[in-house]
Structure formats: structure tokens, C-alpha cells
Design a protein around this ligand. Structure first.
Ligand SMILES: CC(C)(COP(=O)(O)OP(=O)(O)OC[C@H]1O[C@@H](n2cnc3c(N)ncnc32)[C@H](O)[C@@H]1OP(=O)(O)O)[C@@H](O)C(=O)NCCC(=O)NCCS
Length: 165
């Protein structure tokens, strides 16, 4: 039996990591690629929840690391589906670093990811229409996601054209 369509709030995921020596570079701060991997996992859970099936990462928008995260810090990732289209979804992820001694939290990075729902053959699969309800914040996110999608798809189109030569 299929589950009811979820609201954006129902797709929220919070994921917590401790920065270990294996996550850090020679300066004792976390690799950017490690943060990107955690973003991918956190967002994938939101996307799977919304689409109720397998998903694949189509794109991750620009990542800007605004604060270094040191070994021993706690990284908190929070994600939620901002908007869904025919088979794709935008998932926003906010990343904060927490000092375990002082409890002070700092925003270190945000990301917009796009995931595509797949069917059993690995082809894009239609997903439920997105309904932000009457939550003004959810409506604002959905509207902004629509603008970002246009830019993303234009970039994809240009890249495909460049590949064709
Ligand atoms: C993403 C992928 C499934 C798209 O498949 P496709 O056959 O090109 O299908 P379409 O062109 O119909 O795109 C399907 C949807 O994805 C969206 N999409 C495709 N590429 C995108 C991109 N780079 N950024 C944002 N959205 C994208 C399309 O707009 C479309 O959205 P919609 O159905 O909601 O309107 C396919 O390119 C793929 O499998 N890529 C590899 C994914 C992967 O392996 N990721 C892990 C890292 S390698």
C-alpha cells in the first residue's frame, strides 16, 4: 500500500557527524569533499522520503565553505525538499558546525541539490505533485527553487551543447 503524499516538513532530515581524523586534511580541518558526501546522503534521505522510492543525484549547486570545521567538532546537516517537478526534486541542505565544549554553532555551508526519482529500469519516474500548503516559508522556498531550476537547466543545456562540440 502506498503512503500518503508528504508535506515539505515531513521530508526534514537532521544528520549529525563528529569530525574524526579520517575526515580531515593536514591542517586538521574537514575535507570539502567529505562535507559534500554528507550533504549527498542527508539530501538523498529527504528525496527518498518524498518520492517513496529510489533516487539519484542529478546535480549539486555551487558549494561555498564559509568557515573551517576542525577535528572534534560536531557537524549538523539539515535537509528538506523545497520543490518537486515531474520526476526531480530540489533539496536544500544547511550545514552548521557545533563546538562540543561551548555549544556554539556556526553556519558553515548551504547547498541546493537536485535528485531524480527512478523506476525499476533506472529511468526517471513521475512523483507526486508538490504542495507547500499554506506555510509561507514553504511557498517562498518553492518559488525560489523554481528560479534556481531554470538556471540549472540552462547550464545543463549549455554543457550538453559543448559536449556535442
Ligand atoms: C539525472 C538523470 C537520471 C537524468 O536522466 P535523463 O535521462 O537525462 O532524463 P531527463 O532529461 O528527462 O531528466 C529527468 C529530470 O531530471 C532533471 N535533471 C536532469 N539533469 C539535471 C541537472 N543536471 N540538474 C537539475 N535537474 C536535472 C530534468 O529537468 C528532469 O526533471 P523533471 O522530470 O522533474 O522535469 C541521468 O542524467 C543520470 O542518471 N545521471 C547520472 C546520475 C548519477 O549517477 N549520479 C550520481 C553521481 S555520478
Amino acid at each position: 500500500m502506498s503512503r500518503p503524499v508528504l508535506s515539505p516538513r515531513d521530508t526534514r532530515v537532521e544528520m549529525t557527524q563528529i569530525v574524526l581524523p579520517t575526515h580531515t586534511n593536514n591542517h586538521g580541518t574537514v575535507f570539502g569533499g567529505q562535507i559534500a558526501a554528507w550533504i549527498d546522503i542527508c539530501a538523498a534521505v529527504s528525496a527518498q522520503r518524498y518520492s517513496q522510492g529510489p533516487v539519484v543525484t542529478a546535480s549539486i549547486d555551487q558549494l561555498h565553505f564559509m568557515a573551517a570545521v576542525k577535528q572534534g567538532m560536531i557537524v549538523i546537516l539539515r535537509s528538506q525538499v523545497n520543490m518537486a517537478w515531474r520526476s526531480s526534486m530540489e533539496i536544500g541542505v544547511r550545514i552548521e558546525a557545533e563546538d562540543p565544549i561551548t555549544g556554539r554553532r556556526e553556519h558553515c555551508c548551504s547547498a541546493y541539490t537536485t535528485f531524480v526519482a527512478l523506476d525499476d529500469e533506472g529511468h526517471p519516474r513521475p512523483i507526486a505533485p508538490f504542495d507547500p500548503g499554506d506555510d509561507p516559508e514553504a511557498r517562498r522556498r518553492a518559488e525560489q527553487a523554481g528560479m534556481r531550476r531554470q538556471i540549472r537547466l540552462e547550464m545543463r543545456r549549455r554543457r550538453q551543447a559543448a559536449d556535442r562540440g
